[in-house]
Design a protein around this ligand. Sequence first.
Ligand code: GLV
Ligand code: MN
Ligand code: MN
Length: 398
Amino acid sequence: MPVNPDRFLASLHHLRSIGAAGVEKGVVRPAFSAADIEARKWLAGELETCGLQVHVDPVGSVFGLAEGESLLLGSHTDSQPEGGWLDGALGVMAALEIARARHEDGLAPVSVVSFQDEEGRFGVTTGSAIWSGALDLHVADDLTDRDGIRFADARALMTGKAESFVDPERFVGYIEMHIEQGPVMDGTGETVGVVTDIVGIRDMKITMVGQQNHAGTTPMALRRDAFQALSAFNTLLNDRLRNVVTPQTVWTIGHVSLHPNASSIVPGKVTFSMQWRDGDSGRLERMERIIRETADEITQTHGMELRFGAMLGLEPVAMDGALRAALEDSAEVQAPNNWRAMPSGALHDATNVAALMPSAMLFVPSINGISHAFEEDTAEEDLVAGLKVLAGAVARLV
Ligand code: GLV
Ligand code: MN
Ligand code: MN
Protein backbone atom coordinates (compact mmCIF):
# COMPACT_ATOMS: atom_id res chain seq x y z
CA MET A 1 0.00 0.00 0.00
CA PRO A 2 1.33 3.47 -0.84
CA VAL A 3 2.66 5.69 1.93
CA ASN A 4 4.30 9.08 1.55
CA PRO A 5 7.87 8.88 2.94
CA ASP A 6 8.49 12.64 2.62
CA ARG A 7 5.33 13.51 4.53
CA PHE A 8 6.23 10.91 7.20
CA LEU A 9 9.75 12.34 7.65
CA ALA A 10 8.40 15.91 7.68
CA SER A 11 5.98 14.95 10.46
CA LEU A 12 8.78 13.36 12.49
CA HIS A 13 10.88 16.53 12.11
CA HIS A 14 7.89 18.70 13.05
CA LEU A 15 7.25 16.63 16.18
CA ARG A 16 10.95 16.92 17.05
CA SER A 17 10.65 20.74 16.87
CA ILE A 18 8.22 20.60 19.83
CA GLY A 19 10.63 20.30 22.74
CA ALA A 20 13.79 20.32 20.59
CA ALA A 21 16.95 20.41 22.72
CA GLY A 22 20.65 19.71 22.39
CA VAL A 23 22.86 20.21 19.39
CA GLU A 24 21.98 16.93 17.69
CA LYS A 25 18.38 15.79 17.29
CA GLY A 26 17.64 15.85 21.01
CA VAL A 27 14.23 16.31 22.59
CA VAL A 28 13.04 17.25 26.07
CA ARG A 29 9.33 16.42 26.15
CA PRO A 30 8.56 14.53 29.35
CA ALA A 31 4.99 13.50 30.07
CA PHE A 32 2.66 16.44 30.86
CA SER A 33 5.35 19.08 30.23
CA ALA A 34 4.20 22.06 28.14
CA ALA A 35 5.96 20.54 25.11
CA ASP A 36 4.30 17.16 25.62
CA ILE A 37 0.85 18.71 25.87
CA GLU A 38 1.51 20.87 22.79
CA ALA A 39 2.69 17.80 20.83
CA ARG A 40 -0.42 15.87 21.83
CA LYS A 41 -2.67 18.77 20.73
CA TRP A 42 -0.89 18.90 17.37
CA LEU A 43 -1.26 15.13 17.00
CA ALA A 44 -4.97 15.32 17.81
CA GLY A 45 -5.47 17.85 14.99
CA GLU A 46 -3.60 15.62 12.53
CA LEU A 47 -5.66 12.58 13.54
CA GLU A 48 -8.86 14.50 12.84
CA THR A 49 -7.69 15.22 9.29
CA CYS A 50 -7.48 11.44 8.75
CA GLY A 51 -11.16 11.08 9.61
CA LEU A 52 -10.41 9.62 13.05
CA GLN A 53 -12.33 10.54 16.19
CA VAL A 54 -9.99 12.01 18.79
CA HIS A 55 -10.34 10.65 22.32
CA VAL A 56 -8.10 11.78 25.21
CA ASP A 57 -8.43 9.27 28.05
CA PRO A 58 -8.31 10.15 31.78
CA VAL A 59 -4.52 9.72 31.93
CA GLY A 60 -3.74 11.76 28.82
CA SER A 61 -3.23 8.99 26.25
CA VAL A 62 -4.41 10.36 22.88
CA PHE A 63 -6.34 8.03 20.56
CA GLY A 64 -7.53 8.59 16.99
CA LEU A 65 -10.38 6.12 16.70
CA ALA A 66 -11.65 4.52 13.50
CA GLU A 67 -15.32 3.61 13.43
CA GLY A 68 -16.10 -0.01 14.28
CA GLU A 69 -13.43 -2.67 14.77
CA SER A 70 -9.91 -1.67 13.75
CA LEU A 71 -6.22 -2.40 14.09
CA LEU A 72 -4.46 -0.07 16.54
CA LEU A 73 -1.03 1.38 15.66
CA GLY A 74 1.11 3.68 17.77
CA SER A 75 3.58 4.18 20.60
CA HIS A 76 4.23 7.30 22.73
CA THR A 77 5.18 10.95 22.15
CA ASP A 78 6.54 11.75 25.64
CA SER A 79 10.33 11.61 26.06
CA GLN A 80 12.89 10.91 28.75
CA PRO A 81 14.16 13.99 30.69
CA GLU A 82 16.87 14.00 27.98
CA GLY A 83 15.83 11.97 24.97
CA GLY A 84 16.09 11.59 21.24
CA TRP A 85 13.71 12.44 18.42
CA LEU A 86 12.66 8.87 17.59
CA ASP A 87 11.97 6.97 20.82
CA GLY A 88 8.17 6.59 20.71
CA ALA A 89 7.74 9.40 18.19
CA LEU A 90 8.64 7.04 15.35
CA GLY A 91 5.82 4.60 16.10
CA VAL A 92 3.25 7.38 16.37
CA MET A 93 4.36 9.18 13.19
CA ALA A 94 4.44 5.88 11.26
CA ALA A 95 0.92 5.16 12.50
CA LEU A 96 -0.18 8.67 11.52
CA GLU A 97 1.26 8.29 8.00
CA ILE A 98 -0.49 4.95 7.49
CA ALA A 99 -3.76 6.43 8.78
CA ARG A 100 -3.38 9.35 6.34
CA ALA A 101 -2.51 7.18 3.37
CA ARG A 102 -5.36 4.74 4.01
CA HIS A 103 -7.81 7.65 4.43
CA GLU A 104 -6.70 9.18 1.12
CA ASP A 105 -6.99 5.85 -0.66
CA GLY A 106 -10.37 4.99 0.85
CA LEU A 107 -8.97 1.84 2.52
CA ALA A 108 -10.22 0.38 5.81
CA PRO A 109 -9.04 2.84 8.48
CA VAL A 110 -6.62 2.08 11.30
CA SER A 111 -6.76 3.61 14.79
CA VAL A 112 -3.76 5.47 16.23
CA VAL A 113 -2.55 5.99 19.81
CA SER A 114 0.07 7.97 21.66
CA PHE A 115 0.20 6.50 25.16
CA GLN A 116 1.03 8.85 28.02
CA ASP A 117 4.13 8.61 30.22
CA GLU A 118 5.66 5.56 28.57
CA GLU A 119 9.00 6.95 29.71
CA GLY A 120 8.06 6.61 33.33
CA ARG A 121 8.18 10.10 34.78
CA PHE A 122 5.76 8.64 37.31
CA GLY A 123 5.63 4.87 36.87
CA VAL A 124 6.75 2.32 34.29
CA THR A 125 4.89 2.78 30.97
CA THR A 126 2.25 4.50 33.12
CA GLY A 127 -0.53 5.30 30.60
CA SER A 128 -0.72 1.89 28.96
CA ALA A 129 -0.17 0.12 32.30
CA ILE A 130 -3.28 1.84 33.67
CA TRP A 131 -5.27 1.14 30.48
CA SER A 132 -4.38 -2.56 30.64
CA GLY A 133 -5.20 -2.92 34.34
CA ALA A 134 -1.58 -3.69 35.32
CA LEU A 135 -1.56 -0.49 37.40
CA ASP A 136 -4.57 0.74 39.36
CA LEU A 137 -5.47 4.39 38.64
CA HIS A 138 -5.82 5.20 42.36
CA VAL A 139 -2.41 3.70 43.11
CA ALA A 140 -0.93 5.61 40.15
CA ASP A 141 -2.42 8.89 41.39
CA ASP A 142 -0.14 8.72 44.44
CA LEU A 143 3.03 8.09 42.43
CA THR A 144 5.43 11.05 42.38
CA ASP A 145 8.07 12.19 39.93
CA ARG A 146 11.61 13.04 41.03
CA ASP A 147 10.48 16.53 42.10
CA GLY A 148 7.67 15.17 44.25
CA ILE A 149 4.84 16.11 41.84
CA ARG A 150 1.90 13.68 42.04
CA PHE A 151 0.59 11.86 38.98
CA ALA A 152 -2.93 12.98 39.95
CA ASP A 153 -1.90 16.64 39.70
CA ALA A 154 0.04 16.17 36.48
CA ARG A 155 -2.77 14.40 34.65
CA ALA A 156 -5.23 17.09 35.75
CA LEU A 157 -3.23 19.50 33.52
CA MET A 158 -4.33 17.58 30.45
CA THR A 159 -7.50 15.76 31.14
CA GLY A 160 -9.84 18.53 32.20
CA LYS A 161 -12.42 17.32 29.72
CA ALA A 162 -11.28 13.72 29.85
CA GLU A 163 -13.60 11.09 28.62
CA SER A 164 -13.69 7.49 29.72
CA PHE A 165 -11.03 4.89 28.96
CA VAL A 166 -11.30 3.47 25.45
CA ASP A 167 -12.89 0.00 25.26
CA PRO A 168 -10.05 -2.31 24.11
CA GLU A 169 -12.64 -4.64 22.53
CA ARG A 170 -12.88 -2.27 19.57
CA PHE A 171 -9.34 -3.24 18.46
CA VAL A 172 -8.38 -6.47 16.70
CA GLY A 173 -4.68 -6.04 17.54
CA TYR A 174 -1.85 -3.58 18.19
CA ILE A 175 1.41 -3.03 16.29
CA GLU A 176 4.14 -0.71 17.54
CA MET A 177 7.09 0.36 15.41
CA HIS A 178 10.12 1.55 17.36
CA ILE A 179 13.85 2.11 17.15
CA GLU A 180 15.90 -0.81 18.47
CA GLN A 181 17.69 1.39 21.06
CA GLY A 182 20.55 -1.12 21.18
CA PRO A 183 23.59 -2.15 19.15
CA VAL A 184 22.48 -5.36 17.42
CA MET A 185 21.30 -4.22 13.98
CA ASP A 186 23.80 -1.38 13.85
CA GLY A 187 26.41 -4.13 14.07
CA THR A 188 24.87 -6.54 11.54
CA GLY A 189 23.74 -3.93 9.03
CA GLU A 190 20.21 -5.33 8.94
CA THR A 191 17.31 -2.97 8.22
CA VAL A 192 14.43 -4.33 10.26
CA GLY A 193 13.86 -6.41 13.39
CA VAL A 194 10.65 -8.27 14.14
CA VAL A 195 10.29 -8.57 17.91
CA THR A 196 9.83 -12.00 19.49
CA ASP A 197 9.55 -11.05 23.21
CA ILE A 198 9.90 -8.04 25.47
CA VAL A 199 11.90 -8.37 28.70
CA GLY A 200 10.40 -7.90 32.16
CA ILE A 201 11.34 -5.14 34.58
CA ARG A 202 11.34 -4.31 38.28
CA ASP A 203 11.80 -0.76 39.51
CA MET A 204 11.75 0.72 43.02
CA LYS A 205 13.12 3.54 45.11
CA ILE A 206 15.40 2.74 48.04
CA THR A 207 16.10 5.18 50.87
CA MET A 208 18.97 4.89 53.36
CA VAL A 209 18.96 7.26 56.32
CA GLY A 210 22.03 7.88 58.49
CA GLN A 211 23.14 11.03 60.31
CA GLN A 212 23.88 14.36 58.66
CA ASN A 213 26.95 15.88 60.32
CA HIS A 214 29.98 18.16 60.03
CA ALA A 215 32.49 17.00 57.39
CA GLY A 216 35.50 18.42 59.31
CA THR A 217 34.87 17.26 62.84
CA THR A 218 33.10 13.92 62.54
CA PRO A 219 35.65 11.08 62.77
CA MET A 220 35.38 8.53 59.99
CA ALA A 221 34.63 5.73 62.44
CA LEU A 222 31.61 7.60 63.84
CA ARG A 223 30.01 8.54 60.53
CA ARG A 224 26.69 7.22 59.29
CA ASP A 225 27.32 8.51 55.79
CA ALA A 226 24.61 7.88 53.20
CA PHE A 227 26.96 8.16 50.22
CA GLN A 228 29.40 5.65 51.68
CA ALA A 229 26.50 3.28 52.32
CA LEU A 230 25.24 3.58 48.74
CA SER A 231 28.73 3.10 47.37
CA ALA A 232 29.26 -0.04 49.49
CA PHE A 233 25.81 -1.33 48.50
CA ASN A 234 26.58 -0.90 44.80
CA THR A 235 29.90 -2.73 45.01
CA LEU A 236 28.53 -5.65 47.03
CA LEU A 237 25.42 -5.89 44.85
CA ASN A 238 27.42 -6.08 41.61
CA ASP A 239 29.48 -8.84 43.12
CA ARG A 240 26.48 -10.86 44.31
CA LEU A 241 24.36 -10.42 41.16
CA ARG A 242 27.11 -11.95 39.07
CA ASN A 243 26.04 -15.35 40.40
CA VAL A 244 22.50 -15.19 39.05
CA VAL A 245 22.54 -13.05 35.91
CA THR A 246 23.08 -13.81 32.20
CA PRO A 247 24.87 -11.53 29.72
CA GLN A 248 21.44 -10.15 28.79
CA THR A 249 20.44 -9.22 32.36
CA VAL A 250 20.78 -5.52 33.19
CA TRP A 251 20.49 -3.43 36.35
CA THR A 252 20.77 0.33 36.82
CA ILE A 253 20.99 2.91 39.59
CA GLY A 254 20.01 5.83 37.34
CA HIS A 255 18.76 8.47 39.75
CA VAL A 256 20.40 9.38 43.04
CA SER A 257 19.22 12.08 45.41
CA LEU A 258 21.79 12.73 48.11
CA HIS A 259 20.82 14.97 51.01
CA PRO A 260 21.81 17.72 51.50
CA ASN A 261 24.39 17.32 48.71
CA ALA A 262 26.97 19.79 50.01
CA SER A 263 30.79 19.58 50.15
CA SER A 264 31.18 20.14 53.88
CA ILE A 265 28.33 18.00 55.14
CA VAL A 266 28.44 14.26 55.75
CA PRO A 267 25.30 13.27 53.81
CA GLY A 268 22.55 11.95 56.07
CA LYS A 269 20.16 10.51 53.53
CA VAL A 270 20.11 9.02 50.06
CA THR A 271 17.19 7.97 47.91
CA PHE A 272 17.98 6.17 44.68
CA SER A 273 16.27 4.28 41.88
CA MET A 274 17.00 0.58 41.58
CA GLN A 275 15.91 -0.98 38.30
CA TRP A 276 16.58 -4.43 36.87
CA ARG A 277 15.46 -6.22 33.70
CA ASP A 278 15.53 -9.77 32.38
CA GLY A 279 13.52 -12.07 30.15
CA ASP A 280 12.87 -14.55 33.01
CA SER A 281 10.46 -13.68 35.86
CA GLY A 282 12.17 -16.19 38.18
CA ARG A 283 15.50 -14.43 37.72
CA LEU A 284 13.87 -11.05 38.38
CA GLU A 285 12.62 -12.47 41.70
CA ARG A 286 15.99 -13.91 42.66
CA MET A 287 17.57 -10.53 41.91
CA GLU A 288 14.97 -8.83 44.10
CA ARG A 289 15.86 -11.04 47.05
CA ILE A 290 19.57 -10.26 46.62
CA ILE A 291 18.88 -6.52 46.31
CA ARG A 292 16.75 -6.43 49.44
CA GLU A 293 19.15 -8.58 51.49
CA THR A 294 22.19 -6.58 50.40
CA ALA A 295 20.52 -3.25 51.21
CA ASP A 296 19.51 -4.64 54.59
CA GLU A 297 23.00 -5.88 55.38
CA ILE A 298 24.73 -2.66 54.30
CA THR A 299 22.40 -0.38 56.22
CA GLN A 300 22.86 -2.50 59.36
CA THR A 301 26.65 -2.38 59.14
CA HIS A 302 26.53 1.40 58.53
CA GLY A 303 24.08 2.03 61.39
CA MET A 304 21.39 3.33 59.08
CA GLU A 305 17.66 3.00 58.52
CA LEU A 306 16.35 1.41 55.34
CA ARG A 307 13.10 2.06 53.45
CA PHE A 308 11.91 0.39 50.25
CA GLY A 309 9.43 2.28 48.04
CA ALA A 310 6.60 0.75 46.03
CA MET A 311 7.79 -1.93 43.66
CA LEU A 312 6.70 -1.39 40.05
CA GLY A 313 7.13 -4.10 37.49
CA LEU A 314 6.07 -5.71 34.25
CA GLU A 315 6.43 -9.36 33.33
CA PRO A 316 8.26 -10.53 30.20
CA VAL A 317 5.85 -11.05 27.29
CA ALA A 318 5.87 -12.87 23.95
CA MET A 319 4.54 -11.16 20.81
CA ASP A 320 1.51 -12.54 18.95
CA GLY A 321 2.33 -15.18 16.32
CA ALA A 322 -0.12 -14.05 13.61
CA LEU A 323 0.87 -10.38 13.80
CA ARG A 324 4.53 -11.37 13.84
CA ALA A 325 4.01 -13.47 10.73
CA ALA A 326 2.46 -10.48 8.92
CA LEU A 327 5.48 -8.35 9.88
CA GLU A 328 7.92 -11.08 8.86
CA ASP A 329 6.25 -11.60 5.46
CA SER A 330 6.29 -7.86 4.87
CA ALA A 331 9.92 -7.57 6.04
CA GLU A 332 10.95 -10.31 3.60
CA VAL A 333 9.39 -8.31 0.74
CA GLN A 334 10.87 -4.94 1.76
CA ALA A 335 14.24 -6.15 3.02
CA PRO A 336 14.85 -9.63 1.60
CA ASN A 337 17.34 -11.56 3.78
CA ASN A 338 18.11 -8.34 5.60
CA TRP A 339 15.88 -8.54 8.67
CA ARG A 340 15.97 -10.54 11.88
CA ALA A 341 13.71 -11.82 14.62
CA MET A 342 14.94 -10.46 17.95
CA PRO A 343 13.95 -9.85 21.58
CA SER A 344 13.48 -6.34 22.99
CA GLY A 345 15.62 -5.31 25.95
CA ALA A 346 13.77 -1.99 26.15
CA LEU A 347 10.26 -1.78 27.51
CA HIS A 348 7.35 -0.74 25.39
CA ASP A 349 3.64 -0.01 25.64
CA ALA A 350 3.18 -3.28 23.71
CA THR A 351 3.98 -5.16 26.94
CA ASN A 352 0.80 -3.82 28.51
CA VAL A 353 -1.33 -3.87 25.39
CA ALA A 354 -0.47 -7.58 24.92
CA ALA A 355 -2.68 -8.28 27.96
CA LEU A 356 -5.64 -6.75 26.10
CA MET A 357 -5.23 -7.91 22.49
CA PRO A 358 -2.77 -9.61 20.10
CA SER A 359 0.29 -7.33 19.93
CA ALA A 360 3.52 -7.15 17.96
CA MET A 361 6.46 -4.84 17.29
CA LEU A 362 9.04 -4.05 14.68
CA PHE A 363 12.39 -2.32 15.07
CA VAL A 364 14.67 -0.26 12.88
CA PRO A 365 18.39 0.14 13.76
CA SER A 366 19.78 2.77 16.13
CA ILE A 367 23.00 4.40 14.95
CA ASN A 368 25.80 3.32 17.33
CA GLY A 369 23.10 1.66 19.46
CA ILE A 370 22.44 4.95 21.30
CA SER A 371 19.08 5.96 22.80
CA HIS A 372 17.75 7.85 25.84
CA ALA A 373 20.33 10.47 24.81
CA PHE A 374 20.36 13.49 22.49
CA GLU A 375 22.58 11.58 20.02
CA GLU A 376 19.84 9.00 19.29
CA ASP A 377 19.36 8.66 15.51
CA THR A 378 18.50 6.30 12.66
CA ALA A 379 19.31 6.64 8.94
CA GLU A 380 16.31 8.09 7.13
CA GLU A 381 16.30 5.21 4.63
CA ASP A 382 15.92 2.79 7.55
CA LEU A 383 13.05 4.85 8.98
CA VAL A 384 11.29 4.70 5.62
CA ALA A 385 12.02 0.97 5.20
CA GLY A 386 10.42 0.35 8.60
CA LEU A 387 7.38 2.43 7.62
CA LYS A 388 6.95 0.34 4.47
CA VAL A 389 7.26 -2.92 6.40
CA LEU A 390 4.60 -1.73 8.82
CA ALA A 391 2.32 -0.56 6.01
CA GLY A 392 2.78 -3.91 4.25
CA ALA A 393 1.89 -5.82 7.43
CA VAL A 394 -1.22 -3.68 7.93
CA ALA A 395 -2.28 -4.35 4.34
CA ARG A 396 -1.97 -8.11 5.03
CA LEU A 397 -4.13 -7.83 8.15
CA VAL A 398 -7.02 -5.46 7.34
C1 GLV B 1 11.56 2.57 27.92
O1 GLV B 1 11.85 3.67 27.52
C2 GLV B 1 12.50 1.79 28.64
O2 GLV B 1 13.00 2.31 29.66
O3 GLV B 1 12.83 0.69 28.19
MN1 MN C 1 9.93 4.14 23.61
MN1 MN D 1 12.32 5.27 26.00
